[in-house]
Design a protein around this ligand. Structure first.
Ligand SMILES: C[S@@+](CC[C@H](N)C(=O)[O-])C[C@H]1O[C@@H](n2cnc3c(N)ncnc32)[C@H](O)[C@@H]1O
Length: 202
């Protein structure tokens, strides 16, 4: 399997994501002894260190579970983060990445009822029926006070995802337009974590 070298990561993207997520979560995420986060359609989970850091600021221990349909990316995520978090200050965060469909979340009892469902660069407009299921099942999985956070590459895709989540009963409680979003050349109007939005379950 070809591994993408981690040197291709843009650390400035992760720094912006960390700042924006901290601001977005601050008014809504209470401190708890333990917090759990489900990273849905996480790919290789490049943002895992950022998520672990944010969870550690709000809890004594945390669990971060990632899933994606692509096994190669999940293998990379497991081989990188299980070791890497042990070397950092986020030693009280456990991580686990599994290959699984996000539109079959309800089949996975081990996911439990996370405090946060996170979907970075959600892909709603690429397959609306599947992503409607992903959003619906992520909301269903959340605990009653749970928060769902999305980021999006495109303006229109973000608008459509907000509409879909609202139609599923989620209530938007915050949003950020990323002032440091890095433009990508592979599609017009595409840029990294361009929009972020946070929802409560009801
Ligand atoms: C735009 S990428 C974002 C990946 C990652 N979150 C990031 O920001 O780099 C969308 C991801 O959705 C995943 N995906 C697509 N359909 C899926 C499904 N039904 N269940 C789980 N993951 C899915 C893809 O494999 C891909 O990793």
């Amino acid at each position: 399997m070809a591994h993408t070298p981690f040197t291709e990561l843009h650390q400035e993207d992760l720094a912006s994501l960390e700042t924006n997520l901290r601001d977005l979560l601050a008014p809504h995420l209470s401190k708890k002894d333990h917090l759990s986060l489900l990273n849905v359609a996480c790919g290789r989970g490049d943002e895992t260190g950022v998520l672990a850091k944010l969870l550690s600021e709000k809890s004594k221990s945390s669990h971060l579970q990632g899933l994606d349909i692509r096994a190669a990316e999940i293998d990379q995520a497991n081989s990188r983060w299980k070791d890497e978090l042990q070397k950092t200050k986020e030693q009280n965060t456990s991580v686990d990445f599994i290959t699984h469909r996000g539109d079959r979340l309800l089949d996975l009892a081990e996911i439990g009822t996370p405090d946060i469902a996170f979907l970075r660069h959600q892909n709603y407009w690429n397959d609306k029926p599947v992503w409607t299921q992903i959003f619906d099942q992520a909301l269903e999985r959340l605990n009653d006070d749970g928060l769902l956070v999305i980021t999006s590459y495109f303006d229109k895709e973000h608008e459509l995802a907000i509409e879909a989540l609202t139609n599923l009963g989620a209530v938007q409680v915050g949003s950020i337009i990323n002032p440091n979003s890095r433009a990508l050349s592979d599609a017009p109007g595409k840029s990294v974590d361009k929009h972020l939005a946070i929802f409560q379950k009801k």
